[in-house]
Write a protein that binds this ligand. Structure first.
Ligand SMILES: [Zn+2]
Ligand SMILES: [Zn+2]
Length: 161
């Protein structure tokens, strides 16, 4: 899953002053819990989930993602930590928490917005007006299942009523 994020990021790498940036998955980071000198960007988009028990798939219109990022200006290495909030199947009683699957298009949009944030916060660029295509919502799939959403259980879900 991280490879899709990294290939999307490398398409934008020319915007990042020749520094090397990488995205790594880190399910331990928390909203507003970034380490000192780290920046945060929170976003979300439509994603699909698949139950590893019954193989059922479902969509969710705004799956939350949190990025924490930092530039080491001496080594010219940027690190991005990514956490995606999981959901579980509502029909299996022993369901596991499943990772969201973002389409290439939606990954690109999320990364584009992330890179704009990086340019403002790590390179002090003034971006002016942002012109970013909005995230594709995909099909609508009924009410949000708060009981089966990790972000809801943590009280930070943007889809919660
Ligand atoms: Zn299931
Ligand atoms: Zn939720």
């Amino acid at each position: 899953m991280t490879s899709r994020w990294n290939s999307s990021l490398q398409k934008k790498a020319s915007d990042l002053h020749g520094d090397t940036w990488n995205i790594e998955n880190d399910q331990t980071i928390e909203e507003h819990g970034q380490a000192p000198d780290w920046h945060q960007y929170i976003s979300g988009s439509f994603a699909e989930f698949k139950c590893s028990l019954c193989r059922r798939t479902w969509g969710s219109s705004r799956v939350q993602v949190v990025f924490h990022f930092q530039l080491n200006s001496e080594s010219r290495q940027g690190t991005i930590k990514l956490r995606c909030y999981k959901q579980e199947c509502r029909t299996c009683s022993d369901a596991e928490w499943e990772d969201p699957n973002f389409s290439v298009e939606n990954t690109d949009v999320l990364v584009e917005k992330l890179v704009k944030n990086i340019r403002r916060k790590c390179y002090q660029e003034h971006m002016g007006e942002w012109r970013i295509p909005s995230v594709m919502d995909g099909r609508h799939n009924g009410p949000h299942e708060s009981a089966h959403c990790e972000a809801c259980q943590l009280g930070i879900c943007s889809q919660a009523n």
